[in-house]
Design a protein around this ligand. Structure first.
Ligand code: FDA
Length: 392
């Protein structure tokens, strides 16, 4: 039977980082992935340029039932540590917005960097291979792998969440947790476009493809970023962010001109050019199609001069106080991440080891720690992977 110190299941961001660190310590490490290529999500991330971390990453950018859990890992391996690694490999990068760091070239450079580090530390990578069963032994685990069996002292679950099954996402990490009696926080798609019911979609049909810089709120949480109308509902960074906080049945509040006192602007327009139509006045601030749809929705087709302050207040409210109940989300099919996962109460926050199963580790997205949009999820993968790699 083949025997190694550490088996890592999943050659994604977290698994590769963990394997490198364990390899540095002289451990024999085997990384298994059922996909044909490593780091597939890295490859497609950030529109092919990989938003690999965020300069401002801190525990407040993460969602978990225990918001304190991620503090230790994020402090032990920080965004600056990962940036230093990227710089060592001479990979050029830039800040796009809000502290988000992207490769100038291609996400492929990050994958190549991780593969080079794995090679340097003698990590074995076996692709198109999945573990079928896991058996605990006195001093580790035996895995049924392909046609054979592999014995290991430490087993690291880095198999990711459920998002984008087409790309090889499975619920395997949650099954392994269940096998060992570990609790799992209910999972749901996050960083995902929200959908509207058919009647609303019919009314908003002309807006498909229109984008605005919006502020979107749900409960007490809000994000100010771009929003995009789609043929299913709404998407864009602000919507993806709020989707992680939204629950079925709740309404979201949207301000499409959060920086503008629209009431004052419309009153001025009424004085200066009262003969213009409302949609023309709105089109000074908003995309033309959106201005037209708002005027149509409100049934305000006349000229500004005929509109009272009360009417202008209604317009302001429609633009900056739009309340809508999404029908749902696009689900795991398009979700960037999975909310929930292995209950952090089951894990040691310094090492990611399961408290009740020595030698078993969970890292990356499979854990109940989910970042905002903007490089935070990769930072969690690097940080949690690094921590497990120090001890596995
Ligand atoms: P990840 O999912 O990367 O890796 C898990 C690996 O396990 C996969 O290779 C899979 O094939 C393998 N696996 C699963 N089940 C298995 C089994 N049974 N046997 C063997 N192998 C198995 N984040 C960010 O910070 N910046 C960004 O720019 C983006 N962009 C982005 C775009 C898109 C389209 C998506 C879908 C996601 C992002 N993300 C992101 C999120 C980010 O990709 C994600 O959080 C990390 O990839 C998670 O890393 P993990 O290593 O935990 O899982």
């Amino acid at each position: 039977m083949e025997s190694v110190d550490v088996v890592v299941i999943g050659a994604g961001a977290a698994g590769m980082m963990c394997a490198i660190e364990a390899g540095k310590r002289g451990r024999s490490v085997l990384v298994l992935d059922h996909a044909a290529a490593p780091g597939e999500k890295i490859r497609i991330s950030g529109g092919g340029r990989c938003n690999f971390t965020n300069i401002h990453a801190s525990p407040k950018n993460f969602i978990s039932q225990n918001p304190h859990f991620c503090i230790s890992a994020l402090a032990r391996y920080t965004q600056r540590d990962f940036i230093a690694l990227v710089e060592r490999y001479g990979i050029a990068f830039h800040e796009k917005t809000l502290g988000q760091l992207f490769c100038d070239g291609s996400a492929r450079q990050i994958i190549d960097m991780l593969l080079a580090e794995m090679k340097r530390h003698a990590v074995q990578l076996r692709l198109a291979t999945s573990a079928n069963s896991i058996e605990p032994t006195e001093d580790g685990f035996v895995l049924a792998v392909g046609g054979g069996r592999v014995r290991c002292k430490s087993l690291v679950m880095a198999s990711g969440g459920k998002s984008i099954p087409k790309m090889g996402a499975t619920g395997f990490g949650y099954e392994v947790a269940a096998q060992f009696g570990l609790r799992v926080v209910e999972t749901r798609p996050a960083l995902v476009p929200l959908t509207f019911e058919a009647r609303t979609l019919e009314r908003l049909k002309p807006l498909s493809g229109v984008a605005v810089d919006a502020q979107i709120a749900c409960g007490r949480t809000s994000f100010s970023e771009a929003m995009l109308f789609t043929h299913r509902g709404v998407s864009g960074p602000a919507v993806l962010q709020i989707s992680s906080y939204w629950r079925e049945g709740e309404e979201i509040r949207i301000a499409m001109l959060p920086q503008t006192d629209l009431f004052a602007a419309l009153r001025t327009a009424r004085v200066e050019n009262g003969r213009q139509a409302l949609q023309t006045a709105l089109a000074v601030h908003l995309p033309k199609k959106l201005a037209q749809t708002i005027a149509d929705e409100l049934g305000l087709t006349g000229q500004l001069a005929d509109m009272s302050d009360k009417v202008l207040r209604r317009v302001e409210d429609a633009v900056n106080g739009w309340r809508i109940k999404p029908a749902g989300s696009e689900g795991y099919r398009t979700a960037e991440v999975t909310l929930g996962g292995i209950d952090t109460r089951e894990l040691d926050s310094k090492t990611m080891e399961a408290r009740s199963v020595p030698g078993l580790y969970f890292i990356g997205e499979v854990v109940d720690v989910t970042g905002w949009l903007g490089g935070y999820n990769f930072q969690w993968a690097w940080s949690s992977g690094w921590c497990a790699g120090q001890v596995a």
